[in-house]
Unconditional design. Sequence first.
Length: 174
Amino acid sequence: MLWGVPPVTMAAVLSLVGLVVYWLTGPSAAGGMFEPLADAFLHGRLFLAEDRPWLELVPRVGGGQYVPLPPAPALLLIPVEAVRQLLGAAELPNNIPTSIVGGANIGLAYLLLDAWGVAPKPRLWLTLGFAFTTHWWVAGMAGPHHFAETTATFFILIALNLAVRRRWAAAVGL
């Protein structure tokens, strides 16, 4: 424990601080590809129905565009997209989900270092180094590729946390 704070609480605080910093320091980045892809999945399609020429997409014969990036970020956004459609709200800027997942990564990194037995003070410094160097740039910039990278880091950190704790081997494999 650092300053008498349990590791899970410290991880939550670091996650929240990171989320706020990423959200406030990054651009809005509206018009991404993963929320429309989540919408496509909800409607039984594997492609975007509307053209987004400012993105790196693959044109589809018969109209629409395929997203050449891994679908995991869109899968995370399916519940968000379903609620957004029910409420009739506007599409989320990319920085919101990227900041949330990026903030969660900070807490997961802290918990991973805890599981490895890293002493509290070095664990804090290593986590801050992870949070506010390259990861800050990736999670804060909120571009379409960045959300995919932030999501990949999220799943890797979950898998590593489970593996180090020797829990749910099948989930680690997924």
